[in-house]
Design a protein around this ligand. Structure first.
Ligand code: ADP
Ligand code: MG
Length: 462
C-alpha cells in the first residue's frame, strides 16, 4: 500500500523525535509539514529559509535514513520555506496605474514614471515585528503617522540614533505599510552611499538629467544613513535639489542618521536646517524591559523556546543594540543545534561567554573589504560581482571563500558580513561558511587555493 506524503513524514518525525533532544525537535522540526511529492522527492515545508538550511544540514541524513527504513527504498526530501518570498519589486512599479486615493498624491501621479534603481524593502521589517519601548516610542509613533498619512504631518521625518537600534527597520516598515495599503505609491529606499554612487556614475556618463528626473518622480523617498553625506559636497548639492523638488511637490521624505541634524558637522547649513523642518525623533538603546520583550519576540519568531532565566541572561548581556541581541539568539540556536543540547542557563552562559572572549585584535591594516578584494582577485573577478546578487559559480565560489576568511580572520558578526555582501542575511552567511568548510575537507585543490589566499592576506596584514 502506498503511503501518503504526510504519513511518510510523520514517521520520519517520530523517529527524529525519539532521537533528538526535545528542544531541538521543537525548534527545528515541529513546525515542518509534508506538502506532497515533486518529481521523485518528498516535498516538506519549514517555517523559514534558516530552518530549511539547518534541517538539511543537521538532520537531513537522519530523516532520510528513517524514511528509507520505512519504505524499503530511498526517497529524497526536498525542503522549502513556507515564509513568503522576498518582497516583490516594490519600487516605482506603477507606470499608468490609478493614483493613490488620498491627496496630495492624486494630483501628483503622472502618466509615466522613470524608475529609480533601488534596494528592495525587507519584508520582515514591519511595524508588527517592531517592539515599542520607552526608548523608541516617539520615533515609532512618527513613523506610523507618516505611513498612514504621508506628506501631511511630518515632512521630512528625521530619525536618528546609534547603530543597530532599528532605524532601517522603521524606515522599511513605512515603505512596507504603504506598499500594502497604497500599492500605487512610488517608493524608493536608498542607502545614502547608493545615492552617492548613482550620482557619480551619472556624472561620469553625462546622464545627470536622467538621474534627477528619476528621483523627482517619487512619492515616498527613504534615504538611509544620511550622515554619509558629510564631506561630499557635490552629492549634497544634488540632494539639496532633490529634497526641494520633492518637498515642494508635497512628497514624503524620511531620513535616518546616526546623529541629530545639529551634530552633522560636515553638512551644509541649508541642508541641516531643512532636515529639521518636519519632525526629528531619536531612538535610544532599549531599557531592560524592552530588551526582555525583544528577546521574547525574536526567539519566538525563530521557533526557539527559551526559559525566563535564559531570556533574562540575554537581556542583561546585550545592552547596546538590538542587533547584538539578535546575534546572541542566533548563537544560542546554533550552539544548541551543534551540540545537540537543550538551551539551559548553563549552556547559554557558555555560548554567550564565548562570544565575549576578546579575539586577537586584527591589524587595522586588514578590513572586510581587503579580504573581499583579495578573494575576488584570486578568482579573477571584479569585487562588485561578489557583492552583487549574481549566483553564477564564477562569483559564488569567491564570495563564499571571502565570507569564510572574513569570519576566520576578523571574526566579525555574521550579520555584518552579510551586510558587506549586498545585504545578505545571516543564514546565507552561515550556509556559505559551512559550504567552504565542507569543501575544504573534500577538495584538495580548493583547500590549497584557500590556504594560499589566507597566507597572502595575513602577509599583507603583517
Ligand atoms: P539601525 O538601522 O538603527 O542600525 P536596524 O534597523 O538595522 O538598525 O536594526 C538592527 C536589527 O535589530 C534589525 O534586524 C531589526 O529588525 C532589529 N530591531 C531593532 N530594533 C528593534 C525593535 N525595537 N524591535 C524588534 N526588532 C528590532
Ligand atoms: Mg541602518
Amino acid at each position: 500500500m502506498e503511503l501518503s506524503a504526510s504519513e511518510i513524514w510523520a514517521h520520519a518525525l517520530a523517529a527524529a523525535r525519539a532521537y533528538l533532544p526535545e528542544q531541538s525537535f521543537q525548534t527545528w522540526l515541529a513546525g515542518t509539514e509534508a506538502v506532497g511529492f515533486s518529481e521523485d522527492a518528498l516535498l516538506v515545508e519549514a517555517p523559514s529559509q534558516f530552518h530549511v538550511e539547518w534541517i538539511e544540514d543537521k538532520y537531513g541524513a537522519l530523516l532520510r535514513r528513517s524514511i528509507e527504513q520505512r519504505l524499503g527504498r530511498p526517497l529524497p526530501v526536498s525542503y522549502q520555506s513556507s515564509a513568503p518570498l522576498a518582497a516583490p519589486a516594490a519600487f516605482a512599479l506603477a507606470t499608468d496605474a490609478p493614483a493613490y486615493s488620498s491627496p496630495p498624491y492624486r494630483s501628483n501621479i503622472s502618466e509615466s514614471k522613470p524608475t529609480v534603481p533601488s534596494d528592495k524593502l525587507n519584508e520582515r521589517y514591519t511595524f508588527d515585528r517592531f517592539v515599542v519601548g520607552n526608548n523608541n516610542q516617539l520615533a515609532v509613533a512618527a513613523c506610523r503617522a507618516v505611513a498612514e498619512k504621508p506628506a501631511r504631518m511630518y515632512n521630512p521625518l528625521f530619525v536618528y540614533g546609534g547603530v543597530g537600534l532599528g532605524k532601517t527597520h522603521l524606515m522599511h516598515a513605512i515603505g512596507n505599510y504603504l506598499q500594502q495599503h497604497a500599492p500605487q505609491t512610488h517608493i524608493a529606499y536608498v542607502p545614502t552611499e547608493q545615492f552617492t554612487n548613482e550620482l557619480v556614475t551619472s556624472i561620469q556618463e553625462g546622464a545627470t538629467p536622467g538621474f534627477r528626473r528619476r528621483y523627482r518622480h517619487i512619492d515616498l523617498l527613504l534615504v538611509d544613513d544620511i550622515h554619509f553625506l558629510e564631506g561630499k559636497e557635490r552629492t549634497q548639492e544634488e540632494f539639496f535639489h532633490t529634497f526641494n523638488a520633492l518637498y515642494d511637490a508635497q512628497k514624503q521624505i524620511v531620513l535616518t542618521s546616526d546623529r541629530a541634524p545639529s551634530s552633522l558637522s560636515g553638512l551644509e547649513e541649508r541642508l541641516v536646517s531643512r532636515f529639521a523642518w518636519g519632525l526629528v525623533a531619536d531612538i535610544k538603546p532599549p531599557d531592560y524591559e524592552t530588551r526582555i520583550a525583544i528577546v521574547r519576540k525574536k526567539s519566538a519568531a525563530d521557533g526557539l523556546f527559551l526559559e525566563d532565566d535564559v531570556i533574562d541572561l540575554v537581556a542583561r548581556s546585550c545592552t547596546s543594540s538590538v542587533r547584538e541581541m539578535e546575534g546572541a539568539i542566533i548563537k544560542l540556536l546554533a550552539f544548541s543545534s551543534l551540540t545537540n543540547q537543550e538551551i539551559t542557563l548553563a549552556l547559554a552562559h557558555e555560548a554567550l561567554q564565548e562570544s565575549r572572549i576578546p579575539t586577537p585584535a586584527p591589524s587595522p591594516a586588514t578590513s572586510v573589504s581587503d579580504i573581499l578584494n583579495a578573494a575576488a582577485a584570486a578568482w579573477g573577478v571584479e569585487p562588485a560581482g561578489l557583492v552583487s546578487k549574481r549566483r553564477t559559480r564564477d562569483v559564488t565560489v569567491p564570495r563564499q571563500v571571502a565570507m569564510f576568511l572574513i569570519k576566520e580572520i576578523l571574526d566579525v558578526p555574521l550579520t555584518r558580513i552579510g551586510a558587506a555582501f549586498g545585504g545578505r542575511d545571516h543564514s546565507t552567511v552561515i550556509h556559505s561558511i559551512r559550504k567552504v568548510d565542507r569543501d575544504l575537507q573534500t577538495d584538495e585543490e580548493f583547500a590549497s587555493r584557500v590556504s594560499r589566499l589566507r597566507e597572502q592576506i595575513l602577509a599583507e596584514e603583517a
